[in-house]
Design a binder for this molecule. Structure first.
Ligand SMILES: [Zn+2]
Length: 352
Protein backbone atom coordinates (compact mmCIF):
# COMPACT_ATOMS: atom_id res chain seq x y z
CA UNK A 1 0.00 0.00 0.00
CA UNK A 2 1.23 3.49 -0.84
CA UNK A 3 2.29 6.03 1.75
CA UNK A 4 -0.61 7.56 3.57
CA UNK A 5 -1.26 10.32 6.09
CA UNK A 6 -3.75 10.68 8.87
CA UNK A 7 -5.52 14.01 8.42
CA UNK A 8 -7.80 15.94 10.76
CA UNK A 9 -9.89 19.02 10.15
CA UNK A 10 -10.98 20.42 13.49
CA UNK A 11 -13.97 22.73 13.10
CA UNK A 12 -16.22 24.41 15.64
CA UNK A 13 -19.11 22.12 14.75
CA UNK A 14 -17.54 19.07 13.13
CA UNK A 15 -14.33 17.13 13.61
CA UNK A 16 -13.32 15.30 10.45
CA UNK A 17 -10.67 12.66 10.07
CA UNK A 18 -9.36 10.79 7.05
CA UNK A 19 -6.68 8.57 5.62
CA UNK A 20 -5.30 10.37 2.57
CA UNK A 21 -2.92 9.15 -0.10
CA UNK A 22 -0.17 11.22 -1.67
CA UNK A 23 -2.36 11.71 -4.75
CA UNK A 24 -4.94 13.48 -2.58
CA UNK A 25 -7.22 10.43 -2.75
CA UNK A 26 -9.29 10.07 0.43
CA UNK A 27 -9.16 6.37 1.36
CA UNK A 28 -11.50 6.57 4.33
CA UNK A 29 -13.33 9.41 6.07
CA UNK A 30 -14.87 9.65 9.52
CA UNK A 31 -16.36 12.49 11.52
CA UNK A 32 -17.92 13.41 14.85
CA UNK A 33 -19.69 16.51 16.20
CA UNK A 34 -16.96 18.53 17.91
CA UNK A 35 -17.30 18.76 21.70
CA UNK A 36 -16.59 22.45 21.21
CA UNK A 37 -17.69 23.53 24.69
CA UNK A 38 -15.84 20.77 26.54
CA UNK A 39 -12.26 22.05 26.37
CA UNK A 40 -9.15 20.86 24.59
CA UNK A 41 -8.65 17.56 26.43
CA UNK A 42 -12.08 16.27 25.43
CA UNK A 43 -11.55 17.24 21.79
CA UNK A 44 -8.06 15.72 21.68
CA UNK A 45 -9.67 12.55 23.05
CA UNK A 46 -12.05 12.68 20.06
CA UNK A 47 -9.12 13.03 17.65
CA UNK A 48 -7.45 9.97 19.17
CA UNK A 49 -10.69 7.98 18.99
CA UNK A 50 -11.19 8.86 15.30
CA UNK A 51 -7.58 7.92 14.55
CA UNK A 52 -8.10 4.55 16.20
CA UNK A 53 -11.22 3.95 14.13
CA UNK A 54 -9.40 4.80 10.88
CA UNK A 55 -6.37 2.65 11.70
CA UNK A 56 -8.48 -0.30 12.85
CA UNK A 57 -10.26 -0.35 9.49
CA UNK A 58 -6.99 -0.09 7.57
CA UNK A 59 -4.49 -2.00 9.70
CA UNK A 60 -2.15 -2.42 6.72
CA UNK A 61 -1.90 1.36 6.14
CA UNK A 62 1.66 2.67 6.26
CA UNK A 63 1.01 5.99 8.00
CA UNK A 64 3.87 8.44 7.64
CA UNK A 65 2.48 11.22 9.80
CA UNK A 66 -0.44 13.37 10.89
CA UNK A 67 -1.55 16.54 9.11
CA UNK A 68 -3.93 18.65 11.09
CA UNK A 69 -5.83 21.86 10.54
CA UNK A 70 -7.74 23.92 13.08
CA UNK A 71 -9.29 27.38 13.29
CA UNK A 72 -6.95 30.30 13.82
CA UNK A 73 -5.33 32.02 15.41
CA UNK A 74 -2.67 29.35 15.57
CA UNK A 75 1.08 29.22 15.21
CA UNK A 76 1.92 26.58 12.61
CA UNK A 77 5.66 26.59 13.26
CA UNK A 78 5.40 26.25 17.04
CA UNK A 79 2.45 23.87 16.61
CA UNK A 80 0.30 25.82 19.02
CA UNK A 81 -3.43 26.51 18.82
CA UNK A 82 -3.56 30.02 20.27
CA UNK A 83 -7.27 30.48 21.03
CA UNK A 84 -9.96 30.02 18.36
CA UNK A 85 -13.21 31.83 19.16
CA UNK A 86 -15.25 28.74 18.17
CA UNK A 87 -13.56 26.33 20.61
CA UNK A 88 -13.97 26.90 24.35
CA UNK A 89 -11.02 26.26 26.65
CA UNK A 90 -8.31 26.27 23.98
CA UNK A 91 -5.56 28.63 25.06
CA UNK A 92 -2.05 28.07 23.73
CA UNK A 93 -2.54 24.31 23.34
CA UNK A 94 0.69 22.64 22.08
CA UNK A 95 -1.21 20.33 19.74
CA UNK A 96 1.80 19.08 17.76
CA UNK A 97 3.60 18.05 20.95
CA UNK A 98 0.56 16.29 22.35
CA UNK A 99 -0.29 14.36 19.18
CA UNK A 100 3.28 13.40 18.29
CA UNK A 101 3.79 11.98 21.79
CA UNK A 102 0.49 10.11 21.58
CA UNK A 103 1.11 8.54 18.17
CA UNK A 104 4.89 8.53 17.82
CA UNK A 105 4.51 10.12 14.38
CA UNK A 106 5.50 13.46 12.85
CA UNK A 107 2.66 15.98 13.14
CA UNK A 108 2.13 19.18 11.13
CA UNK A 109 -0.39 21.93 11.92
CA UNK A 110 -1.88 24.62 9.72
CA UNK A 111 -4.86 26.92 10.05
CA UNK A 112 -7.97 25.69 8.27
CA UNK A 113 -8.10 28.31 5.53
CA UNK A 114 -4.42 27.81 4.67
CA UNK A 115 -4.92 24.04 4.61
CA UNK A 116 -7.87 24.43 2.24
CA UNK A 117 -5.77 26.72 0.06
CA UNK A 118 -3.06 24.04 -0.04
CA UNK A 119 -5.67 21.40 -0.89
CA UNK A 120 -7.10 23.39 -3.80
CA UNK A 121 -3.60 24.28 -4.99
CA UNK A 122 -2.20 20.76 -4.94
CA UNK A 123 -5.26 18.73 -5.88
CA UNK A 124 -8.15 21.04 -6.85
CA UNK A 125 -8.99 24.18 -8.80
CA UNK A 126 -5.51 25.67 -8.35
CA UNK A 127 -3.44 22.82 -9.79
CA UNK A 128 -0.64 24.26 -11.87
CA UNK A 129 -0.71 27.76 -10.42
CA UNK A 130 2.44 29.27 -8.98
CA UNK A 131 0.44 31.70 -6.86
CA UNK A 132 -3.18 31.74 -5.83
CA UNK A 133 -5.52 33.25 -3.33
CA UNK A 134 -8.13 30.93 -1.87
CA UNK A 135 -11.17 32.70 -0.43
CA UNK A 136 -13.79 30.85 1.57
CA UNK A 137 -17.11 32.66 1.77
CA UNK A 138 -19.63 31.17 4.19
CA UNK A 139 -20.58 32.20 7.74
CA UNK A 140 -17.46 34.36 7.70
CA UNK A 141 -14.75 35.00 5.12
CA UNK A 142 -11.35 33.38 5.41
CA UNK A 143 -8.46 32.92 3.09
CA UNK A 144 -5.11 31.46 2.31
CA UNK A 145 -2.41 32.76 -0.01
CA UNK A 146 -0.02 30.59 -1.98
CA UNK A 147 2.74 32.94 -3.11
CA UNK A 148 5.49 31.68 -5.42
CA UNK A 149 4.88 28.07 -4.44
CA UNK A 150 4.52 28.44 -0.68
CA UNK A 151 1.83 29.30 1.82
CA UNK A 152 2.42 32.90 2.81
CA UNK A 153 2.55 32.84 6.62
CA UNK A 154 3.70 36.24 7.81
CA UNK A 155 4.50 36.93 11.43
CA UNK A 156 3.39 34.06 13.71
CA UNK A 157 1.52 32.52 10.78
CA UNK A 158 -1.18 35.15 10.98
CA UNK A 159 -1.13 36.43 7.37
CA UNK A 160 -4.10 36.51 4.97
CA UNK A 161 -6.83 37.32 7.48
CA UNK A 162 -8.65 38.69 4.47
CA UNK A 163 -12.10 38.68 6.04
CA UNK A 164 -11.00 41.62 8.16
CA UNK A 165 -9.58 43.93 5.53
CA UNK A 166 -11.64 47.11 5.55
CA UNK A 167 -13.45 47.60 2.25
CA UNK A 168 -16.04 50.24 3.21
CA UNK A 169 -16.77 52.74 5.95
CA UNK A 170 -20.32 51.68 6.65
CA UNK A 171 -22.58 48.77 7.48
CA UNK A 172 -22.86 46.37 10.38
CA UNK A 173 -20.16 45.98 12.97
CA UNK A 174 -17.92 42.96 12.46
CA UNK A 175 -17.41 40.54 15.37
CA UNK A 176 -13.81 41.84 15.46
CA UNK A 177 -15.18 45.24 16.48
CA UNK A 178 -14.61 47.15 13.23
CA UNK A 179 -17.04 48.53 10.72
CA UNK A 180 -16.61 47.79 7.04
CA UNK A 181 -14.70 44.47 7.17
CA UNK A 182 -14.94 42.36 3.99
CA UNK A 183 -16.54 39.63 6.10
CA UNK A 184 -19.09 41.98 7.64
CA UNK A 185 -20.45 43.05 4.25
CA UNK A 186 -19.80 40.07 1.95
CA UNK A 187 -20.07 36.84 3.97
CA UNK A 188 -23.02 34.49 3.60
CA UNK A 189 -24.20 35.77 6.96
CA UNK A 190 -24.21 39.35 5.65
CA UNK A 191 -26.15 38.31 2.55
CA UNK A 192 -28.74 36.49 4.67
CA UNK A 193 -29.06 39.50 6.94
CA UNK A 194 -29.69 41.84 4.00
CA UNK A 195 -32.37 39.49 2.69
CA UNK A 196 -33.98 39.22 6.11
CA UNK A 197 -34.14 43.01 6.43
CA UNK A 198 -35.56 43.43 2.95
CA UNK A 199 -38.51 41.15 3.67
CA UNK A 200 -40.99 40.50 6.45
CA UNK A 201 -42.53 37.31 7.82
CA UNK A 202 -45.83 36.65 6.09
CA UNK A 203 -45.17 39.05 3.21
CA UNK A 204 -45.58 36.24 0.70
CA UNK A 205 -42.16 36.88 -0.88
CA UNK A 206 -40.29 33.96 -2.42
CA UNK A 207 -37.48 34.51 0.10
CA UNK A 208 -39.80 34.22 3.10
CA UNK A 209 -41.63 31.26 1.61
CA UNK A 210 -38.29 29.45 1.21
CA UNK A 211 -37.34 30.28 4.81
CA UNK A 212 -40.76 29.28 6.22
CA UNK A 213 -41.10 32.90 7.40
CA UNK A 214 -37.95 32.61 9.50
CA UNK A 215 -34.68 34.46 8.95
CA UNK A 216 -33.54 34.28 5.33
CA UNK A 217 -30.17 32.60 4.73
CA UNK A 218 -27.68 33.03 1.90
CA UNK A 219 -28.76 29.62 0.66
CA UNK A 220 -32.38 30.82 0.33
CA UNK A 221 -31.20 33.88 -1.62
CA UNK A 222 -29.24 31.72 -4.06
CA UNK A 223 -32.16 29.31 -4.49
CA UNK A 224 -34.64 32.17 -5.05
CA UNK A 225 -32.31 33.89 -7.52
CA UNK A 226 -31.90 30.63 -9.39
CA UNK A 227 -35.69 30.41 -9.62
CA UNK A 228 -35.72 33.90 -11.15
CA UNK A 229 -36.96 35.94 -8.17
CA UNK A 230 -36.20 39.62 -8.86
CA UNK A 231 -35.50 40.65 -5.24
CA UNK A 232 -33.09 37.75 -4.80
CA UNK A 233 -31.36 38.57 -8.07
CA UNK A 234 -30.79 42.12 -6.85
CA UNK A 235 -29.36 40.84 -3.57
CA UNK A 236 -27.04 38.54 -5.51
CA UNK A 237 -25.92 41.49 -7.62
CA UNK A 238 -25.05 43.53 -4.51
CA UNK A 239 -23.27 40.53 -3.00
CA UNK A 240 -21.24 40.07 -6.19
CA UNK A 241 -20.25 43.74 -6.10
CA UNK A 242 -18.88 43.42 -2.55
CA UNK A 243 -17.05 40.23 -3.42
CA UNK A 244 -15.65 41.93 -6.52
CA UNK A 245 -14.32 44.83 -4.43
CA UNK A 246 -12.63 42.44 -2.00
CA UNK A 247 -11.20 40.32 -4.81
CA UNK A 248 -9.87 43.44 -6.54
CA UNK A 249 -7.91 44.24 -3.37
CA UNK A 250 -6.53 40.69 -3.35
CA UNK A 251 -5.44 40.99 -7.00
CA UNK A 252 -3.63 44.23 -6.30
CA UNK A 253 -2.00 42.88 -3.13
CA UNK A 254 -0.87 39.40 -4.18
CA UNK A 255 -1.03 39.32 -7.99
CA UNK A 256 -2.08 35.65 -7.97
CA UNK A 257 -2.38 33.47 -11.10
CA UNK A 258 -5.95 32.91 -10.02
CA UNK A 259 -8.46 33.40 -7.23
CA UNK A 260 -10.32 30.30 -6.02
CA UNK A 261 -13.63 30.86 -4.26
CA UNK A 262 -14.87 28.17 -1.87
CA UNK A 263 -17.21 27.99 1.11
CA UNK A 264 -20.99 27.65 1.22
CA UNK A 265 -21.61 30.60 -1.09
CA UNK A 266 -19.60 28.92 -3.86
CA UNK A 267 -22.86 27.02 -4.49
CA UNK A 268 -24.05 30.22 -6.11
CA UNK A 269 -20.79 30.91 -7.94
CA UNK A 270 -22.39 30.73 -11.40
CA UNK A 271 -24.89 33.44 -10.38
CA UNK A 272 -22.27 35.63 -8.69
CA UNK A 273 -19.51 35.32 -11.30
CA UNK A 274 -20.77 37.88 -13.83
CA UNK A 275 -21.16 40.57 -11.15
CA UNK A 276 -17.80 39.75 -9.57
CA UNK A 277 -16.15 39.88 -12.97
CA UNK A 278 -17.83 43.20 -13.87
CA UNK A 279 -16.68 44.79 -10.61
CA UNK A 280 -13.12 43.56 -11.09
CA UNK A 281 -13.07 44.91 -14.67
CA UNK A 282 -14.33 48.23 -13.39
CA UNK A 283 -12.00 48.60 -10.41
CA UNK A 284 -8.81 46.60 -10.96
CA UNK A 285 -5.90 48.16 -12.78
CA UNK A 286 -5.59 46.99 -16.36
CA UNK A 287 -2.79 44.48 -15.73
CA UNK A 288 -4.85 42.52 -13.18
CA UNK A 289 -8.17 42.30 -14.97
CA UNK A 290 -7.65 39.03 -16.83
CA UNK A 291 -6.87 36.93 -13.75
CA UNK A 292 -9.30 33.99 -13.61
CA UNK A 293 -11.69 33.73 -10.67
CA UNK A 294 -12.89 30.14 -10.35
CA UNK A 295 -15.00 28.03 -7.97
CA UNK A 296 -13.26 25.60 -5.61
CA UNK A 297 -13.36 21.95 -6.61
CA UNK A 298 -12.83 19.98 -3.43
CA UNK A 299 -15.77 21.08 -1.26
CA UNK A 300 -15.40 20.17 2.40
CA UNK A 301 -12.45 17.84 1.85
CA UNK A 302 -10.08 20.67 0.83
CA UNK A 303 -8.87 21.14 4.41
CA UNK A 304 -8.33 17.41 4.95
CA UNK A 305 -6.31 16.79 1.81
CA UNK A 306 -4.40 20.04 2.30
CA UNK A 307 -3.55 19.02 5.87
CA UNK A 308 -2.45 15.57 4.66
CA UNK A 309 -0.20 17.23 2.09
CA UNK A 310 1.68 18.96 4.93
CA UNK A 311 3.09 15.51 5.60
CA UNK A 312 3.05 13.85 2.19
CA UNK A 313 4.25 16.84 0.15
CA UNK A 314 6.42 18.55 2.72
CA UNK A 315 8.71 21.08 1.05
CA UNK A 316 7.37 20.33 -2.42
CA UNK A 317 5.45 22.60 -4.77
CA UNK A 318 2.02 21.76 -6.21
CA UNK A 319 1.57 18.73 -8.44
CA UNK A 320 0.86 20.21 -11.78
CA UNK A 321 3.31 23.05 -11.30
CA UNK A 322 6.17 20.55 -11.09
CA UNK A 323 4.75 18.67 -14.06
CA UNK A 324 4.30 21.81 -16.11
CA UNK A 325 7.81 22.96 -15.32
CA UNK A 326 9.19 19.61 -16.45
CA UNK A 327 7.21 19.84 -19.67
CA UNK A 328 8.43 23.36 -20.23
CA UNK A 329 12.01 22.26 -19.76
CA UNK A 330 11.46 19.48 -22.25
CA UNK A 331 9.88 21.76 -24.80
CA UNK A 332 12.27 24.59 -24.13
CA UNK A 333 9.27 26.84 -23.55
CA UNK A 334 9.34 29.78 -21.22
CA UNK A 335 5.74 30.90 -21.46
CA UNK A 336 3.21 30.34 -18.70
CA UNK A 337 1.73 26.99 -19.64
CA UNK A 338 0.23 26.69 -16.18
CA UNK A 339 -1.62 29.96 -16.41
CA UNK A 340 -2.80 29.03 -19.89
CA UNK A 341 -4.23 25.72 -18.76
CA UNK A 342 -6.06 27.50 -15.96
CA UNK A 343 -7.55 30.03 -18.33
CA UNK A 344 -8.64 27.19 -20.63
CA UNK A 345 -10.27 25.39 -17.75
CA UNK A 346 -12.02 28.57 -16.73
CA UNK A 347 -13.38 29.08 -20.21
CA UNK A 348 -14.65 25.48 -20.18
CA UNK A 349 -16.44 26.03 -16.89
CA UNK A 350 -17.97 29.24 -18.19
CA UNK A 351 -19.30 27.38 -21.21
CA UNK A 352 -21.14 24.88 -19.00
ZN1 LIG B 1 -13.63 42.22 11.15
Amino acid sequence: MSTIALAFDLGGTELRGALVERSGEVVKRVSAPTLAGAGSEAVIGQIIALADRLLKEHPQAKVSGIGMCAPGPLDPKAGIVIGPPTLAGWHNVPLIDILSRQFGLPVRLENDANAAALGEWRFGAGRGAGSLVFVTVSTGIGGGVVADGHIYHGRRGLAAEIGHMTITGEGDRCFCGNVGCFEAVASGTALGRRATRLTKPGDGSVLRRLSDDGDVSARHVVDAARAGDAAARELVETEAKWLGIGFTNLLHLYSPDLIVMGGGLANGFDLLAPGIRATVEERAMQAYRDVPIVPAELGDRAGLVGAASLILWEGEPGTALAMVQNEQTKLGETTGASARSIIERMKESEGN
